[in-house]
Ligand binder design. Sequence first.
Ligand code: ADP
Length: 302
Amino acid sequence: MGTISDKVHVCNSLKEAVSLVSGKDVSVERKQAVHGGDANDAYKLFLSNGEALFLKANIISNKDFFRAEAEGVDAIRTTGTIRVPNIHAIGIDDGYSFLLMEFIERAVTVHDFWEKLGTGLAAMHKADVSSFVTDGKYGFNSDNYIGAGRQKNTPKSSWIEFFSECRLRPQFELASRYFDGSFVRKTNWLLDNLDRFLYEPEKHSLLHGDLWAGNFMSDETGQPMLIDPAVYVGCNEADIAMTELFGGFNRKFYDAYFKAMGVIPGYDDRRDLYNLYHLTNHLNLFGSSYLSAVIRTIERYC
Ligand code: ADP
């Protein structure tokens, strides 16, 4: 288990959290649903002192989601490279668990938003990672979640072993009900032969881990910020691959990112293998509409 920053209150009610964050006499006057996420209910809270806070809520048995999110946001913050929201509190109230953070009023993006997102992410990928994973190079100090799926972060000294044992294998095992015996042999072959396709990076990076278009936003000055991470230390290409899974970000993002970070030849051939993790997770979470993409990708590498 990792540690939550001292700045995050652990509370027994939303009322307690709001009064610790905003003042003893401050209360929630009304709440407005915020859409765009994929795992939790989200709300803008309008407070009696005129301020606003952002609340994410889930069932009580999923309260560990918010411990993990708070730790991940905190890890990104400590790199000092790209803005993340301030997390104020986690807790449980009557029938639900919650995460309370600063409310960010989105502004129109600055003209070089994509370049800034690219250079900010590159800076994050270059940051020191020594405090995020002990007893190994890859992984994280605690497990977390990828969407609603559990994500194993057991430290490993090899990236290829980490990607095999903590990323693909657990997803293949969960998806085994979709696979017949001969296909299971293919997935096992792939796990045993990942070193034909992947390399051990020179630099290991703190990754956002779930970098799709819904997990960055503009802040109140139009600058990019990251939200809702599933952090771990890994190969930077895994983050970039995910940005391409559902259509890709603006070209300016990639130009700025690779200018700052450099390109390792062969990335285009590795991208789908990295995204196989997310596709199989989608198969496990959302069902068989992802099966043909999973099968196609596995067959491409076998
Ligand atoms: P989920 O965990 O359900 O995926 P997100 O963290 O993605 O939820 O948040 C849902 C939506 O709320 C985002 O798409 C974004 O538009 C908005 N959002 C996220 N964080 C904040 C924040 N701190 N302030 C204001 N809006 C936010």
